[in-house]
Design a protein. Structure first.
Ligand code: 5GP
Ligand code: ZN
Length: 112
């Protein structure tokens, strides 16, 4: 499958990794929108949040456990945002589930 984040997960394309285990990978966004901007992905291909099921959802808790640890290690005590864009109208541009972990600045709500 021609999937950019599968290739990053398989080390076919290099990335600036901040956390990795058997199931998930966290790496720095190539075009950061905040001082800390990290993408956290399942290594196994899931196209988007719309494809999460009882069979594959175990990895989601691992992603959020990693997010909490990464945020702590990055010193984001004052707050951070975790967001996933799902589908075209939400702005998803890479069709492999990923969570943006962003911090180091303030964020408005609701997002645009
Ligand atoms: P989306 O728009 O799908 O929510 O987020 C995709 C994110 O992937 C964007 O923030 C974009 O900057 C990032 N991105 C796209 N291609 C690459 C790449 O090759 N390497 C890394 N590290 N990030 C990428
Ligand atoms: Zn993929």
């Amino acid at each position: 499958m021609d999937c950019l984040f599968c290739k990053i997960a398989n080390n076919e394309i290099p990335s600036d990794k901040v956390y990795e285990d058997n199931d998930i990978l966290a790496f720095r966004d190539i075009k950061p929108n905040a001082p800390t901007h990290i993408l956290i992905i399942p290594k196994a291909h899931i196209a988007s949040a719309a494809e999460i099921t009882a069979e594959n959802s175990g990895v989601i808790s691992k992603i959020f456990e990693a997010a909490a640890k990464i945020a702590k290690d990055a010193g984001l005590e004052s707050g951070f945002r975790v967001v996933t864009n799902c589908g075209e109208s939400a702005g998803q541009s890479v069709m492999h589930l990923h969570f943006h972990l962003m911090g180091g600045r303030s964020f408005s709500w609701p997002p645009g």
